[in-house]
Write a protein that binds this ligand. Structure first.
Ligand code: UD1
Length: 431
C-alpha cells in the first residue's frame, strides 16, 4: 500500500458522526436512487454493446467500487453528476480483482454479466459478511444448469461456458434477489428461453429488467414469481433512470418518527413501500402520499408494534428492520421483530443498548421494550443498516452521541449528515 492509500484508508476509518439529540425534524428531502438497483444495472451494462447512460446514480462507495470494476474489465466508464456513462464495446478482461470483490460483497452480481458477455469469468469467492454466512450456492447451481462449468480453487471461482450459455428452467428453492439478478444477466443473451420459478419479486429486479429490455433484451414477468427470459443476440445502447431507494426513505421516516416533527420526502415510489408504510402507520405516524411525495408526521408517543416480521417482497424488507427497531426503542410498550432473511443481523443491537435501548435478542427474535428516554453515548457501526439505526436513535437521545466506523453507512447513504442537517438535526461529521 502506498502512503496516500494508507492515509486515505486511515481517514475513512477514523471518520465519525456526532449527534446532539433532541431537535425535531422539519422540511423536505429528495430521496436518492436505489443502491440495490444501481449495482445490478451497472453490471448489466457489460452485456450492452453500445453506450449506456444510467441516471440517478447515488454517490456511494459501493457505486464507486462498481465503476472501478467496470474500468478494470476494460469498459469506458465516466461519472457525470448523477449519471454514469458506460461503454463496454472494448471490454477486454473477464477477471474481477480480489480487492474489489472484498470491497463490495454484492459484486457477485457481476458474475452473470461477465459470463454472459465474455463466455468466462474469474472472481474470488465472496465468503461471509457482517450479516452472517452469505452462500451463493443458488447463483452457482443456476449458472451450472445454464451450461457454465465452475471450478472453486483456493478461494477463487473459475467459470467458463465452453458451449455457450443456454436457456433452461430454473427452480429457486428460495427467491434470492442476487441469484434472480445473476440468472437474468446470464440469460439475457443466452441461447433459448430461461424460466425462473420462485423468482425474487423485489422492485430492483423489475428495474434491472426494464433497463435490459430498453437495451433490446426480452424479459417478461419481472415483479411476479415466474420470469421468462428470451435470449437475444444483441443488447445495445440505452438510457435509464434508477428507481428511488425505498430503504433510504424508510430511514428518514424512522428518524422523523423518533426525533419528532414533520418531513416530506420527494421522489419516492410509494407503491414499492406498502409494507413499510403500514408499519409506520401502526406505530402511530401520520402519513400522506401525493404522487411521488410522502409526508410523515411523528406521533406524540410511538405506539408499540406487537409483531413485525421481515419477509421477501412484498413483505416487510429486512433492510428496514434496524431503523424500525431503533424507532421502537422509544415506543409505549414492548414490540417484537422477527428476522427471517439473514442469520446474524442483530450485531448493532449491542451498540443501540449503549444509548439506553432495552432489547433482548434470541436467534431471529428481538424483543424491544420501549423506554422513555435514550441518552447519548459513544458507539460504532457494525454494518450498513445497523449504522443507520444508530443515527436514528441518536437523533432522539438526550446529549451527545458519537458514531464511529461510518464507512459502513457511506456504502448506502449519500450525505446522510447533510440531509439530516437540512432537516434541522444537530449532526456533524469529523473526517
Ligand atoms: C439483496 C440486497 C440486500 C437485501 C437482500 C434481501 C443487494 C445488493 N443486496 O441481497 O440489501 O438485504 O437482497 O432483500 O441487492 N441465500 C442462500 N444462497 C444463495 C443466495 C442467498 O442461501 O445462493 C440466502 C442468503 O444467505 C440470505 C437469503 O438467502 O439468508 C437472502 O439472500 P438474497 O435474497 O440473495 O440477498 P442478496 O441478493 O444477497
Amino acid at each position: 500500500m502506498d502512503c496516500e492509500t494508507i492515509l486515505l484508508v486511515a481517514g475513512v476509518f477514523m471518520s465519525e458522526i456526532t449527534v446532539n439529540g433532541g431537535r425535531k425534524l422539519t422540511g423536505e428531502l429528495n430521496i436518492q436512487g436505489a443502491k440495490n438497483s444501481v449495482l445490478p444495472v451497472l453490471a448489466a451494462t457489460i452485456l450492452c454493446k453500445g453506450e449506456c447512460v444510467v441516471h440517478n446514480c447515488p454517490r456511494l462507495s459501493d457505486v464507486e467500487t462498481s465503476v472501478k470494476i467496470l474500468l478494470n474489465l476494460g469498459c469506458n466508464c465516466v461519472r457525470d453528476g448523477y449519471s454514469v456513462v458506460v461503454d463496454s464495446r472494448d471490454i477486454s478482461s473477464y477477471e474481477i480483482p480480489e480487492n474489489l470483490m472484498r470491497e463490495m460483497r454484492s459484486s457477485v452480481v457481476f458474475l452473470g454479466a461477465v459470463i454472459g458477455r465474455m463466455g468466462k469469468a474469474v472472481i474470488s469467492s465472496p465468503g461471509g459478511c457482517e450479516l452472517g454466512p452469505r452462500p451463493i450456492d443458488l447463483h452457482l447451481s443456476a449458472l451450472r444448469q445454464m451450461g457454465v462449468r465452475i471450478n472453486e480453487e483456493h478461494g477463487f471461482l473459475y467459470c467458463d461456458a465452453p458451449e455457450g450459455l443456454k436457456g433452461t428452467e430454473i427452480n429457486l428453492s428460495f427467491p434470492s434477489v442476487g441469484a434472480t439478478e445473476n440468472i437474468i444477466l446470464a440469460a439475457a443473451t443466452a441461447k433459448g428461453v430461461t424460466v425462473i420459478h420462485n423468482a425474487a419479486r423485489e422492485p430492483e429486479i423489475s428495474d434491472l429488467s426494464d433497463f435490459l429490455n430498453s437495451a433490446g433484451a426480452r424479459i417478461y414477468g419481472s415483479g411476479s414469481d415466474t420470469i421468462y427470459i428470451h435470449g437475444v443476440e444483441h443488447v445495445g445502447s440505452t438510457e435509464h433512470t434508477i428507481i428511488p431507494d425505498r430503504i433510504v426513505a424508510a430511514t428518514y421516516m424512522a428518524c422523523t418518527a423518533v426525533a419528532g416533527g414533520k418531513v416530506t420526502l420527494n421522489g419516492v415510489m410509494p407503491s414499492h413501500m406498502v409494507a413499510i408504510l403500514s408499519a409506520f402507520r401502526e406505530s402511530g405516524c401520520d402519513i400522506s402520499v401525493t404522487g411521488k411525495s410522502l409526508t410523515v408526521s411523528s406521533p406524540k408517543k410511538i405506539s408499540r408494534i406487537p409483531t413485525i416480521r421481515s419477509l421477501v417482497y412484498p413483505g416487510f424488507p429486512t433492510d428496514a428492520g434496524p431503523v424500525v427497531i431503533a424507532m421502537l426503542t422509544k415506543a409505549d410498550g414492548t414490540s417484537v421483530f422477527v428476522e427471517n432473511i439473514f442469520e446474524n443481523r442483530y450485531r448493532y443491537i449491542d451498540e443501540l443498548k449503549r444509548l439506553g435501548a432495552k432489547i433482548k435478542t434470541e436467534g431471529k427474535i428481538a424483543v424491544i421494550e420501549g423506554v422513555n428516554e435514550l441518552s447519548g453515548a459513544g458507539c460504532k457501526c457494525t454494518d450498513l443498516r445497523g449504522g443507520a439505526a444508530l443515527v436514528t436513535a441518536a437523533l432522539s437521545a438526550k446529549g451527545t452521541t458519537t458514531i464511529g466506523d461510518i464507512h459502513h453507512i457511506e456504502r448506502g447513504y449519500e450525505d446522510i449528515v447533510g440531509n439530516l442537517r437540512q432537516l434541522n438535526a444537530d449532526i456533524s461529521i469529523k473526517e
